[in-house]
Design a protein around this ligand. Structure first.
Ligand SMILES: Cc1cc2nc3c(=O)[nH]c(=O)nc-3n(C[C@H](O)[C@H](O)[C@H](O)COP(=O)(O)OP(=O)(O)OC[C@H]3O[C@@H](n4cnc5c(N)ncnc54)[C@H](O)[C@@H]3O)c2cc1C
Length: 337
């Protein structure tokens, strides 16, 4: 792997464009969330959870958001769950307890993922009905426009708007929850474990009931946003959506016990490592999305002529890490159906 020059202060975006553009699915943008260990340590040192229980789901105004925004650091191992758990210890009791509950969701997602790995792409309890191919996130809706815009610009969303996007995608638009992968690819904290569990929980694939997204939540969590919306008087989400669950499914093998076959049975030694960095996503190379679209490959430098996702599209390679081979530097743009 080539050693890259250190970026000049405040020239990070240009540095990414020059050296890492081939890893990006679209035009690189600077997020308001700073990366790096120093930024992670500073965020933890200034963590103030007062009011968290009441405001964690607040969307607008941004200044009133109670979410800690630590997820990118937690996802990439710059902050560990025990460290964050401990830092929450000084918060008022209700906030501490709510915050620690959320950390436990993270822990649970990791355990579940460690257990069934790529199996988490299968619906755990019910299969939401797929009924259309309509645009799930119409930008004429101010709530969608604002949320998708923030996802693209910052690579981060509060939990509430993640649920809006996932629910709008599947529960309202009737699209397959696994096709919402564009969402994952834009997240700085994108994690197969928490992301798939989040989708499963929201759409009803892994819960008893889907989360119904409607105007009510927008007015409650983002007051004033509907007044800026061109569809204010003809709101397509004025009423609650149909919240019936789809047919029951057995779930992936091993979800209720026994061997799962995910992950190696023992240590795999391929050399002497200098450093090993383990995260929830370090557990294997099998976890790739099911390819349901034809993709056009841009600048593919691999010699394969067949998609290794098994979907049949020619030389289609995703820009996901980990890749099966380190010298695969190809990337693919979204194509059309
Ligand atoms: C559809 C959907 C997709 C999601 N995708 C991801 C993802 O790719 N990566 C990811 O880390 N989280 C994901 N989540 C969970 C959650 O939305 C984010 O962890 C949270 O919004 C991150 O913001 P925060 O750090 O301010 O969270 P806070 O509310 O401040 O919570 C603190 C920490 O607890 C953990 N946490 C909070 N809520 C959850 C949750 N519901 N599930 C698991 N862990 C949680 C995170 O590590 C978070 O940093 C997803 C949720 C949904 C509904």
């Amino acid at each position: 792997m080539p050693i890259l020059p250190a970026p000049q202060p405040d020239a990070g975006l240009e540095w990414v464009r020059t050296h890492l553009a081939h890893l990006s699915g679209d035009e690189p943008r600077a997020s308001r969330i700073r990366g790096g260990q120093a930024a992670a340590d500073a965020a933890l040192a200034t963590l103030d959870l007062t009011g968290y229980a009441r405001t964690r789901s607040q969307v607008l105004p941004q200044a009133a958001r109670g979410a800690s925004r630590l997820s990118p650091y937690i996802r990439h191992g710059l902050l560990t769950l025990p460290q964050v758990w401990q830092a929450a210890g000084v918060a008022p009791a209700a906030d501490r307890s709510k915050y620690r509950d959320e950390l436990l969701w993270q822990e649970y997602a990791r355990h579940l993922y460690a257990r069934i790995g790529p199996g988490l792409v299968q619906s755990l309890r019910t299969e939401p009905r797929v009924s259309s191919s309509q645009d799930p996130w119409p930008r004429e809706m101010a709530c969608m426009n604002r949320t998708v815009g923030e996802l693209e610009q910052d690579g981060w969303l509060v939990n509430q708007t993640r649920m809006w996007l996932a629910s709008q995608w599947t529960v309202r638009a009737g699209r397959d929850w696994r096709e919402g992968d564009l969402f994952y690819r834009n997240l700085l904290d994108g994690s197969r474990a928490a992301n798939r569990l989040g989708w499963q929980w929201t759409t009803g694939a892994g819960s008893a009931k889907p989360y119904g997204f409607s105007r009510w939540q927008v007015e409650k969590r983002a007051p004033g946003l509907c007044h800026t919306c061109g569809l204010n008087k003809a709101c397509p989400i004025q009423h609650w959506p149909d919240s019936r669950v789809g047919p029951k499914v057995d779930g992936p093998p091993g979800v209720t016990g026994g061997r799962t076959g995910s992950g190696p049975g023992g240590p795999l030694l391929t050399g002497e490592p200098e450093v090993v960095w383990l995260t929830a996503e370090s557990l294997g190379t099998q976890d790739i999305p099911r390819c349901r679209r034809t993709r056009t490959c841009r600048g593919c430098s691999c010699s394969t002529s067949r998609c290794w996702l098994g979907c049949g599209c020619p030389a289609s390679v995703w820009s996901f890490w980990p890749r099966p081979w380190p010298n695969w530097t190809a990337r693919c743009a979204w194509g059309t159906r």
